[in-house]
Design a protein. Sequence first.
Length: 222
Amino acid sequence: MKGYYHIQSKSSMIPPLMLAPSENDVVLDMAAAPGGKTTEMAQLMSNRGLIMAVERSRCRTKSLQSNINRLGVLNTVIVRTDSVNLRKMNFNFDKILLDAPCSGEGIMYKDPSRKQKTSPADLKQFALNQLKLIETAFNLLKDGGRLVYSTCSIGPEEDEFIINYAVTELGMKVIKNVSFNYSNGIKEFNGISFEESVSQCIRIYPHIHNTEGFFICQLEKE
């Protein structure tokens, strides 16, 4: 309650660490609530620079605002909208964190209902939305800027397929990271092969890494 700490899973902390925002950066957090990653980035930035924290849900924005205030974050502006709407405005960012809305398959070990919660139609809708968001991120990112894409899902439809689109259709470059213990991205799924660099993405599995299942990939706009 005093804002001394905020509890997250180990895997949830990796995306901001990979993005490594500095106190000179202008950063976009595209799906910010409840704010664990937003406030972690603010700490990494020594409460300097600027973070635009975007959240489209009115209810979830309340939790985001609460955590930002409780933890003493001063460098963050909250914007309640769909991140896709930012394309209509003249914004450019040095770094972007896209912790995309997803099926949450990676937390099945603590929420067994996730095994039956997502239908094939739901999964398709998640993937279509993720494609829209990563294309939006590409358009908002400065040339040479970095994007970290992550989900708490282990489904290739929400992970490698999205990164493969960013590489082959948007021309982004996968940045390999060797700072964390992880499994590699998969090379093919259901007979579909991915671009070679997609295997350099990070997969975190509960039964191997003893934390929430996660997918994380850092991309650069060339």
